[in-house]
Design a binder for this molecule. Structure first.
Ligand code: F6P
Length: 367
């Protein structure tokens, strides 16, 4: 077996707290083995424009474990398989530039790539493995929607931020006898809404997995009113939608995923109409992604980074490291990308929420 000499690492997709901890872990574990580490800037961009490649040594990763963002930069656009290119007529077309990525990777004599990212990055990784690049994936996303791993780093931080925000809204909601709608991120999965909503004792939690009936939401609020609880907290996932309705999304142009967000304002209007109660909306947005990782996310990120290096050392490629508590193991990239991990409606946290009387805007469970 040929010796590993040089590996590369990149961070792709939306940033998530813990990315720097993974990078540090990868670099230190690699240097210990006598490997050289290259940092590819801005996802796969650095393999198309190699001036974006930096050498990572001990000094470059000093003191970054607790920092948010990523020292390598990231992007959630421009897959090398569907790269936007301006055409002569001024329009933008998507072209496949993956062969250039492979050429540059080989030219730089990199033995393996550790790709840190979410579902989009893992799908790109899987495509590049098929073209001969040896890759180990590391799962990150605040949305926790990647299959194959029980949890991704970034999720715990996002839930913690959302929980703290919802906790704070209770007192002002009660003081003014208002309804507060808190819109959280999560894309097409309701993990952040469910975990923060239950932890922060929301009265209503609306998730993409259960289309909601506005009448059920208003009934819950009015039921609380009848019992002297004149304020309510509604947590809504950005991907939630009413029965028979659509998610609120915005087009971002060629080659870009639709941007979610806006359901909170829409819902607040419906609640005000249905209950007559003054309703305010708070959109937490990127606050959930910014800043440093929680202890849980730091440790998970450090463990994922070191595990990815062990996989490279064992030459186990086309895999993604994953948490199957208490173990960090490797799952085929294919498993990680085959489907989105949504909230199972019979999972323990859902059952707990139902038992606590949280309304999901459906006819199941307590109102
Ligand atoms: O995937 C992470 C995430 O924060 C989603 O929860 C959200 O829908 C999206 O990224 C926002 O993307 P952007 O950073 O492009 O606004």
């Amino acid at each position: 077996m040929e010796r590993i000499r040089r590996i590369a690492v990149n961070t792709g997709g939306g940033d998530a707290p813990g990315l720097n901890a993974v990078i540090r872990s990868i670099v230190l574990a690699s240097l210990r083995r006598g490997w050289e580490v290259l940092g590819i800037r801005k996802g796969y961009e650095g393999l198309l424009d190699t001036s974006k490649i930096v050498q990572l040594d001990r000094d470059s990763v000093r003191g970054i474990t607790h920092l948010g963002g990523t020292i390598l930069g990231t992007t959630n656009r421009n897959s090398p398989f569907q790269y936007p290119a301006k055409q002569a007529d001024g329009t933008t077309a998507l072209v496949d530039r993956s062969d250039e990525v492979v050429e540059n990777f080989n030219r730089l004599q990199i033995d393996a790539l550790i790709a840190i990212g979410g579902d989009g990055s893992m799908r790109i990784a899987s495509g590049l493995v098929k073209k001969g690049i040896p890759i180990v994936g590391v799962p990150k996303t605040i949305d926790n929607d990647l299959s194959g791993t029980v949890i991704t780093f970034g999720f715990d931080t996002a839930v913690t931020v959302a929980t703290e925000a919802i906790d704070r809204l209770h007192s002002t909601a009660e003081a003014h006898e208002r309804v507060f709608v808190v819109e959280v991120m999560g894309r097409y999965a309701g993990w952040i809404a469910l975990h923060s909503g239950v932890s922060a004792t929301a009265d209503v939690v609306l998730i993409p997995e259960i289309p909601y009936d506005i009448a059920s939401v208003c009934d819950k609020i009015m039921d609380r009113e009848a019992h002297g609880r004149r304020f309510s907290i509604v947590v809504v996932a950005e991907g939630a939608r009413p029965v028979g309705g659509e998610m609120v999304t915005r087009d971002q142009g060629v080659g870009r995923e639709r941007l979610l967000g806006g359901i909170g304002v829409q819902l607040a209007e419906e609640i005000e109409l249905g209950t007559g109660k003054e309703t305010r909306t708070v959109v937490l947005g990127h606050l959930q992604r910014g800043g440093g990782p929680t202890t849980f996310d730091r440790l998970l990120a450090l463990r994922f980074g070191a595990a990815a290096v062990r996989m490279v050392a064992e030459r186990r490629f086309d895999v993604m490291v994953a948490l199957d508590p208490p173990t960090v193991l490797a799952v085929p990239l294919e498993v990680a990308t085959e489907r989105m991990k949504c909230v199972p409606l019979d999972c323990d946290t859902m059952l707990t929420a139902r038992d606590l009387g949280i309304c999901f805007g459906d006819s199941d469970g307590e109102k």
